[in-house]
Design a protein around this ligand. Structure first.
Ligand code: G3H
Ligand code: 13P
Ligand code: NA
Ligand code: ZN
Length: 328
């Protein structure tokens, strides 16, 4: 059955668990997520980026979600637009059956000027009003995904720095978060706490200087009834880096967000945890392993099945660690 983000996160808050939001681009990722959810009785958030929508096509994605909901009737599914950039992206998502949208007005607001903040409030409030008319949920974002080590903000396309910003310019301001939620009426708020998208988050295991979990605790104190969202929450496990590199990959050593830090966030109001990179790495490790160890193989299923199984196992670990398991 379909469920909205609001319904799912209200339950998560009542019961004190978090829900991983995994990105989907193709059938194999959808099956991996649902197999994991079925195995541990978890509700799911499946999210599609604008890139995913143009890769698979809106009709394909939408029918795929219908198929998954029919194949796994016991696992409630929230279908969410990841990083919507404007009203059109959000409304067309809802038209294709998404039950939730992210209106990321912070993409334009990264320099934290008063004008860009007002732009974020206005567009997010507009999308929330429209989405709520038709029963869909809305996630907004305040703050800049970027590195507290280098002060480098992420460009909208994730390609690199937009400039050097200080800690306080990157992190979500708790008082501004209160104003933002009040004015926009979002169902969930994505915050910035020093994480960034992709595999290269930290050059060492993060401590409190570069992963500012304290910000989450402070926002939760001021907004105890707002569901918080952590983007850039892949853990970039060493084992997955090692498999990729053992079979011809060239990923420089890197560190992600430790699962225990996310679990700490869940104790302080984090309800949605966005994970894409870990799933990509789990799949790609198996593609590489097959390509190198079975060079005569040319049936794509022989690559895709182990990849799917590796992503399923990763998803299940997150469901279990975040307390989502058993909550379907
Ligand atoms: O927010 C970023 C997600 O990992 C989606 O990435 O835009 O390459 O599909 P994408
Ligand atoms: P990762 O790149 O850490 O998996 O983050 C994904 C994300 O935040 C999608 O919105
Ligand atoms: Na942002
Ligand atoms: Zn994100």
């Amino acid at each position: 059955a379909r469920i909205t983000l609001r319904q799912l996160l209200d339950h998560a808050a009542e019961q004190g668990y978090g829900v991983p939001a995994f990105n989907i681009n193709n059938m194999e990722q959808g099956l991996a997520i649902m197999e994991a959810a079925k195995a541990c009785d978890a509700p799911v958030i499946i999210q599609a980026s604008r890139g995913a929508r143009s890769y698979a096509g809106d009709i394909m994605l939408s029918k795929m979600i219908d198929a998954l909901a029919e194949m796994y009737p016991d696992n409630p599914v929230c279908m969410h637009q990841d990083h919507g950039n404007n009203e059109a992206t959000c409304m067309t998502a809802i038209r294709h059956g998404f039950t939730s949208v992210m209106m990321d007005g912070s993409l334009e607001a990264d320099m934290k000027t008063p004008a860009s903040y007002e732009y974020n409030v206005a567009i997010t409030e507009r999308v929330a009003r429209m989405a709520h008319w038709v029963g869909a949920s809305v996630e907004g974002e305040l703050g800049v995904l970027g590195s507290l080590e280098t002060g480098e903000a992420e460009a909208e396309d994730g390609s690199g720095a937009e400039g050097k910003l200080s800690h306080s310019q990157l992190l979500t301001d708790p008082d501004q978060a209160v104003d933002f939620v009040l004015r926009t009426k979002v169902d969930a708020l994505a915050i910035a706490c020093g994480t960034s998208h992709g595999a290269y988050k930290f050059s060492r295991k993060p401590d409190g200087d570069i992963l500012a979990m304290k910000v989450i605790e402070e926002i939760h104190r001021k907004l105890p009834n707002t569901h918080l969202v952590m983007h850039g929450s892949s853990s970039v496990p060493q084992e997955l880096q090692d498999i990729i590199n053992e079979f011809g990959g060239e990923m420089p050593q890197t560190f992600g967000v430790p699962v225990e830090e996310i679990v700490r966030g869940i104790r302080h109001g984090v309800r949605k945890v966005n994970i894409d990179t870990d799933c990509r790495m789990a799949m790609t490790g198996q593609f590489r392993k097959m390509a190198v160890s079975k060079p005569a193989e040319f049936d794509p299923r022989k690559f895709l099945k182990p990849a799917m199984d590796a992503m399923r196992d990763l998803c299940r670990e997150r469901f279990e660690a975040f307390g989502t398991a058993g909550q379907a």
